[in-house]
Design a protein around this ligand. Structure first.
Ligand SMILES: *Cc1c(COP(=O)(O)O)cnc(C)c1O
Length: 464
């Protein structure tokens, strides 16, 4: 180790005086911490022998600036989604419409009519607007919005099922990610679980027996949204279950998971809220940020008396939605008032995109990346198919198109990592030694950002 080199490490104060730090506009405390880290990192390199000469002031300042930018940016920030998965749970599920985002911004930055009735000058309910829209869009008697669908399931079981036996098919005892398992939620709600049928087959007679001989007082159906049981299977339809529930005068609760409000050409076949209600479910619940295309929310629809009981429960206060979500949800529901408006919601427009349009978008992206590739990277445009995500429509694979990158100067894994660590992270998917960027979820303005990251990677710059 060269003691001389250590002595020539730049001083923190000297780095802070360097114009690129001084004029960076970053907070002083961030710069100071970053300058110290820069010196520490170079010292460690010298001590380990990975480097033999002290960095110049400019090198030290450049590293400090990069560290300062990293420190100063939020961890939760936008991502370019190249996976093609529209409802990507790890990437925040549904992107909401611009109008919905603007409504949330306005509600966030200013005071609002959240719980104020301007006609009467009296206190109002934060539920009024969304509840009215939900009822008129689906024909529901009543509606209630809570924090998310897990909260909706908890509330409906707590209020309708507490102290009672709730019958559910063994094939529907699902885990929906992380720690949300139907049996656990059931236990928390005070309802007791009565499993009926077998994992692969449940018949109407199983439910009938549960009511007639095992004192089931509530029926629960859960949409198995993130897996499919294939092969020798039987499940009871919602309509059959509803007829039994009516005959026996027990409420039928349906956790639909995801769904649009009504059938829409952009949505592949599947249950919608309006259909579930007309099939006879007493309460239907689903997420706001899946196929509905709105913010995180749990939506409960159905019988007036049950909705009123849930609204009045103390738990409803603990699970209530925030004003930002309500503002965005109202705009999203306004878009659903006509099918054309709904088609313009980002989720529906991406899911409904025709393969020809996606191929065109992929080729437009390729045209932007091609000049960057040169001899350094192979680029092709390929047909792909992928899932919808977010526990929506399991087994459905949507045909689309992607830009495929095979770099020659670095490994495909290195490119994937470089993209992921970019200022605006770019998340793609590796398939057969190529990095795929799916045109379904890459927005047209994203390609220029991808081009800049690709150039930086291929010329072996380090990610910022
Ligand atoms: C997604 C899902 C949930 C959980 O919804 P969140 O809005 O994430 O709380 C519950 N049940 C089913 C069937 C689901 O698909």
């Amino acid at each position: 180790m060269d003691k001389e080199a250590l002595r020539h490490l730049p001083r923190t104060d000297a780095l802070l005086d360097h114009p690129i730090l001084r004029d960076s506009g970053l907070p002083r405390w961030v710069l100071r911490r970053a300058a110290r880290q820069s010196v520490d990192q170079f010292r460690a390199l010298l001590l380990s022998g990975k480097r033999s000469t002290a960095p110049t002031l400019a090198e030290g300042a450049a590293l400090a600036l990069r560290l300062a930018r990293q420190m100063n940016r939020p961890t939760l920030r936008p991502v370019i989604n190249g996976t093609g998965v529209v409802l990507h749970t790890n990437l925040g599920r549904a992107p909401i419409s611009h109008r919905a985002a603007m409504a949330a911004t306005a509600a966030a930055e200013r005071w609002s009519t959240l719980e104020y009735n301007v006609e009467e000058g009296t206190r109002g309910s934060r539920q009024t607007a969304v509840s009215r829209l939900l009822c008129s869009l689906t024909g529901a008697e009543g509606a209630l919005v809570v924090n998310n669908n897990a909260a909706a399931v908890l509330l409906m079981l707590s209020v309708v099922g507490c102290g009672k036996k709730v019958a559910i098919s063994r094939g529907e005892l699902v885990e929906i990610g992380g720690s949300f398992r139907v049996p656990d939620i059931m236990a928390r709600s005070g309802a007791s679980l009565l499993e009926v049928g077998a994992t692969n087959k449940t018949h109407l007679s199983d439910y009938r027996r549960a009511i007639e001989t095992q004192e089931a007082k509530v029926l629960l159906k859960v949409h198995t949204s993130n897996f499919q049981v294939v092969g020798f299977t039987a499940a009871v339809s919602l309509a059959e279950l509803a007829r039994l529930a009516k005959e026996k005068e027990v409420p039928l609760l349906y956790d639909m998971g995801s769904g649009g409000l009504y059938p829409h050409p952009a949505l592949p076949a599947g249950p919608t809220a309006a259909e579930a209600l007309s099939a006879g479910a007493d309460i239907v619940c689903f997420s706001g940020d899946k196929l509905l295309g709105g913010p995180q929310a749990g939506i409960l629809l159905g019988r007036r008396d049950l909705i009123a009981a849930m609204s009045g429960d103390p738990l409803a206060r603990a699970l209530r939605p925030g004003k930002l979500a309500l503002a965005a949800l109202e705009e999203t529901l306004l878009a659903w008032r006509d099918p054309e408006g709904a088609a313009e919601l980002p989720v529906l427009s991406m899911l409904g995109a025709k393969p020809e349009a996606l191929e065109r978008q992929a080729r437009e992206g390729a045209a932007i990346l091609m000049p960057v590739c040169g001899q350094r990277c192979a680029l092709t445009v390929e047909p792909v198919s992928g899932p919808v995500g977010g526990g929506s429509m399991p087994g459905v694979s949507l045909p689309g198109w992607a830009v495929s990158l095979r770099p020659h100067t670095v490994s495909v894994e290195a490119l994937e990592e470089f993209f992921r660590r970019w200022e605006t992270p770019i998340v793609g998917r590796i398939h057969r030694d190529a990095l795929l960027l799916d045109a379904r979820t890459v927005r047209s303005q994203d390609w220029a950002v991808i081009a800049a990251a690709l150039e930086a990677c291929l010329s072996e710059a380090r990610p910022g």
